[in-house]
Design a protein around this ligand. Sequence first.
Ligand code: GLC
Length: 742
Amino acid sequence: MKRIAAIACLLIITGYAYSQSPAEKKIRKSVDSLLKLMTLDEKIGQMNQYNGPWAATGPLTNDGNLLSQIKEGKVGSMLNVTGVKRTRELQEVALQSRLKIPLLFGQDIIHGYRTIFPIPLGEAASWNLAAMEASARVAATEASASGIHWTFAPMVDIARDPRWGRVMEGAGEDPYLGSLIAKARVNGFQGKGLGDTSALMACAKHFAAYGAAVGGRDYNSVDMSLRQLHETYLPPFKAAAEAGAATFMNSFNDINGIPATGNKYIQRDILKGQWKFKGFVVSDWGSIGEMINHGYSKNNYEAAFQAANAGSDMDMESRSYIQNLSRLVKEGKVKMSVIDDAVGRILRKKFEMGLFADPYKFSNENREKAQWNNAEHLAVSRDIARKSIVLLKNEHHILPVSKQAGTIALIGPFAKAQGDNRGFWSYEWPDDSLRMVSLWQGVQKKVSAETKLLYAKGCDFMDSSRAGFAEAVEVAKAAYFVILSVGEGPNMSGEAKSRSSIQLPGVQEELIKAVVATGKPVAVLISAGRPLVFNWTADHAPAIVYTWWLGTEAGNAIADVLFGDYNPSGKLPMSFPVTEGQIPIYYNHYNTGRPAQNDSDKFYRSAYTDLSIYPKYPFGYGLSYADFEYSDIRLSAKSFKPGQTITAAVTVTNKGNTGGTETVQLYIRDLTGSVVRPVKELKGFQQVYIKGGETKEVSFTISANDLRFYNDQLKYIYEPGDFKVFIGTSSRDVKEAGFELR
Ligand code: GLC
């Protein structure tokens, strides 16, 4: 039997060898030769990542002897070290080590580096994959010019709970949209591929299911069926791996009782096994050591043992590896093959990045300067910022506003905000006051010379003072049109920012009430990192625009939309709850045995007796200045067999005068299955520009593969039976038809 196994292994290795390109073979050889030269301590050094002493994104442990550790080859990577000067300095120290192995510099380039882009949840609202890829491409170009090799992005955690502050970093609630966005962002960051000087290694995070933390409380436990894990939370990670993401980052949470950092099932069985992932896994900040808090590890020694054997290749900041792995190997608790596999993965990326050939290739001062004030990058940021804006309401078409309006009042804590448009996970630069465009500045540049602009702050984000209300009301009364800009204050969404209340903060909704009471036409702009609750505003303000946190070009992008130079096209990537009590609420839920069909049908129904069954705004919702009308669905056939396809088509007519982009969405429902199936699942979308009065046909091809799901044996299958197909402008406003898979 052993002989057969040996032959099988040989065949697999040979097969793998044959499947490699000459370049890959060359790198594999270089890695193998280098591993042979390395001592155990030098190998463990590659698995050790420290934070730079200049900034921190987690609880810092200060090592006085950082430079000597780098010189001794005890550090393989640094994070939060930016700038050509600093990275070059530390690289020079690393090259004094015995084997001159260069450092990898990692950083959270989540939505821009020098040019700040909309937060990822905002970009997701654009549903424009090319724009999101372009955004990541600019971020990579700027960051790689500043000595950074690796971004800890894209964050691809599916999230259905807006109390979790990190929803701002992801792509919302849907696995299909989230998977396409994961791929677009990985491609954007890595560009032409590792080795190109504008490439940034991507890092799909947080593996896995971090967005399903109980109660939306950051770092909290996650407990779900493996079927749910595969059906909903793993697809964007699989997409990132298939797109060639260079690295993964595991997550702080425990999954079904085992911390992700020590979770062999997700890291070895799924990622490195089933998905054949060849990159490396970095822990999250200190997450190896935090397994002690989880009650999974007795001490750092055991944590190192568990994490290394479970497939965590690099230790971010916990020091568990550098302090314990040598002993664990000598005691035979961690095999040298485990160390060699982890170090081999890390070295392979350093070779692929070209760092052995030229450790300073990313440390070019002229290149850094050239990227610093790049007008093209600002244009890319403004473009996706406009596309991210979601028009939630526009009664009597009071928007767009005329550029010749006599007097416009800009009111609210966001009206003149600049840095507040940056959003969590972004960089503050000394010249931001010159670069970040406020709403006030954007409107100023947009309106005619005759237009008079009035301003009043009204109130702050969070405080309870209403002292500014009177001035705000006076200013509103003096104006032809009022733009009221409110939202979440800086850092109210992001890591460790979970909140039990997601109402519009402070007294901002009272300010809105006071201004709306003047009877003036008011457009309320809401800037936030997450879905918020603002029911009075939603029911009484004539126009509402969701403006997320849009980055450097925020003011210009918002003004483009408000004054009609861009017809809003954004669609919500997350459901907006009526209140916190409705959470979790998401569109792709199961039907249950007693489904509530509407708001009067609640008795003995899966519904709250005191609350609507619908979200305030559903997934996929967003209005336009155009007026899109959908025809009924036309199916090319009523049934088909596996291997065949059918098409589902609609015509969309723009009954308005203004041209605009519509995101036509395709949803499918499997009416019966060997496991219960969601009432709708997004399976396609197309963005079409339709001129005023124009009609366009939009057609989707459906195959059996589009109908697959994970059954109770975790097999990814389709099953024959009856299906419904829905096509429409949101997950709720759809036309429907039926077909059969035979
Ligand atoms: C943080 C975050 C992670 C980030 C890392 C490094 O705690 O969880 O997303 O990439 O530490 O900053």
